[in-house]
Design a protein around this ligand. Structure first.
Ligand SMILES: C[S@@+](CC[C@H](N)C(=O)[O-])C[C@H]1O[C@@H](n2cnc3c(N)ncnc32)[C@H](O)[C@@H]1O
Length: 152
């Protein structure tokens, strides 16, 4: 491997369905974390994340969802964001330590390449410790992967 090759420090956690997605919160979210959540809808998961960390920003592409999230959780921070615009996420000016992603349409197997592109984009732009994503496609693919380790 070239010395100049990209070495990712980010771990990727693939979950299937919202129950698994939320189950990760007590395991992966710590009190020092600053979390970016992408695809927060009305802020239900944002509320659960907020109980475990220093700061969370819930974001969604839909202004209607963000308006409702702000009404339902006036003490939490929500912003409109297209999750595919990592530059806009960077411009928020926060050192995000973890990213949660639940964007509609990313579960089917045909979306696997989009999911991997999205994960690589956030891993290189924000460099969080972990990205937790709701994507059955990624979970299934990751379960079939084996990272070969040489014995020498
Ligand atoms: C299944 S809902 C999220 C549910 C939420 N995570 C929860 O646990 O309650 C999916 C959300 O993805 C949002 N979405 C779709 N495309 C998006 C994009 N490009 N960027 C950000 N959010 C997006 C939708 O507006 C919708 O609110």
């Amino acid at each position: 491997m070239s010395e100049n090759q990209l070495k990712l420090r980010t771990k990727f956690i693939g979950t299937r369905k919202v129950k698994e997605y939320r189950e990760t919160i007590p395991v992966w979210v710590n009190e020092d974390d600053v979390i970016l959540e992408i695809g927060c809808e009305w802020g239900t998961t944002t509320r659960l994340i907020a109980e475990h960390c220093k700061e969370v920003i819930g974001t969604d592409i839909s202004p209607d969802c963000i308006q409702r999230a702000r009404e339902m959780h006036p003490d939490l921070h929500f912003e409109v964001l297209d999750g595919f615009d990592a530059r806009a996420a960077l411009d928020m000016g926060k050192e995000f330590t973890k990213v949660y992603i639940d964007i509609s349409g990313l579960s089917g197997y045909r979306s696997l390449l989009d999911v991997i592109s999205l994960l690589m984009m956030y891993a290189t732009v924000l460099r969080p410790e972990a990205i937790i994503i709701k994507s059955g496609a990624l979970k299934s693919f990751a379960s079939s992967c084996i990272a070969w380790r040489s014995s020498d």
